[in-house]
Write a protein that binds this ligand. Structure first.
Ligand SMILES: [Zn+2]
Length: 308
């Protein structure tokens, strides 16, 4: 079991006047996906509460209330989970993204505790594959003392994503208020510079694990296709962020999509592929645990959560 302490545990211990008092750990997200050759689990890094004004602001008129109500954002807050997937296959433990750690939003940074609760030693993770370099996907590589939580793991990211966030282009592209996204990505890159391997569209980075370019949300955003004789799964990161809107209206962009046109084209292309090839989705921000499949009904796509 990992003995690393979080800032919250230390603060809790200090306040309580005792040595260390661990806070209650979050529930482990149930229902791992059984693959023919392994197991895919989902762990919660927490939940992001976004003001409704920032949600899908290209929905206008009567459609806006209709979709937001149907999407469960009628109280002014869009509660967006952050799911992190772990694939256990052979002797590998492969993590897809790492959550945000404790320096982004106070409601996030729960991944280490969630893994601990499931008796997964974070030090045993062999590989970490990033979909993209936004804070809720990469900032969590470090603990509260800025040490790598998984110093022995191999790391993978797309060359395009690396080149963007590792250059001045990132800071120049950030809207006001999001400058920390560029600074935070660069500082994490500096820690991983000698450990990172780079991939491009179509690469097989590990046996039966193939990269599918899904750019638009960020310049090098990538999904990861786990080929499996029983149950192939596409880890889609933030290519799909809402269980109704992203599927009913893939042309409506997520507020964090950097290239709106490209992200919409990506969604449509991926929807065609996963429905034709019967590939399941594993998504960071779809309702926990974030596993589901897609059906096409006449002209419209529909997301069906794995548990329903
Ligand atoms: Zn995200």
């Amino acid at each position: 079991m990992s003995k690393k302490l979080t800032r919250r545990q230390i603060v809790a211990g200090t306040v309580a006047g005792i040595t260390i008092a661990a806070l209650p750990v979050p529930a482990v997200l149930a229902s791992p996906l059984s693959l023919a050759n392994g197991k895919m689990s989902s762990f919660s890094d927490g939940e992001m509460n976004l003001p409704v004004e920032s949600v899908f602001y290209d929905i206008v008129g009567n459609d806006r209330n209709k979709f937001l109500n149907a999407a469960g954002v009628s109280d002014g807050v869009w509660r967006r989970p952050v799911n992190v997937n772990l694939l256990e296959i052979g002797n590998r433990k492969i993590l897809f993204d790492v959550g945000s750690g404790n320096n982004f939003l106070p409601s996030l940074g729960e991944l280490p505790a969630a893994l601990d609760a499931a008796e997964v030693d974070i030090g045993d993770i062999t590989d970490v594959v990033f979909t993209h370099a936004h804070p809720d996907h990469i900032w969590g590589i470090v603990d509260d003392f800025d040490d790598l939580l998984m110093p022995d793991a191999a790391y993978y990211i797309s060359q395009g994503e690396w080149d963007f966030w590792d250059s001045d282009k990132a800071m120049n592209a950030m809207p006001a208020g999001r400058e920390s996204f560029a600074v935070g990505a660069k500082s994490r890159f500096d820690m991983l510079r000698n450990k990172m391997s780079f991939f491009k569209d179509g690469d097989e980075i590990l046996p039966n694990i193939e990269i599918v370019k899904t750019a638009g949300h960020t310049p090098g955003h990538s999904s990861i296709l786990i080929h499996d004789s029983g149950h192939s799964v596409l880890v889609v990161g933030d290519a799909f962020t809402h269980p109704i809107i992203s599927f009913n209206h893939p042309e409506w962009h997520d507020p964090a999509d950097m290239d709106r046109e490209e992200s919409a084209l990506t969604r449509k292309r991926i929807l065609d592929r996963v429905t034709a090839d019967k590939i399941s989705l594993a998504a960071t921000h779809l309702p926990s645990p974030g596993f589901g499949r897609v059906e096409k009904n006449q002209a419209a796509w529909r997301y069906i959560a794995a548990d329903s």
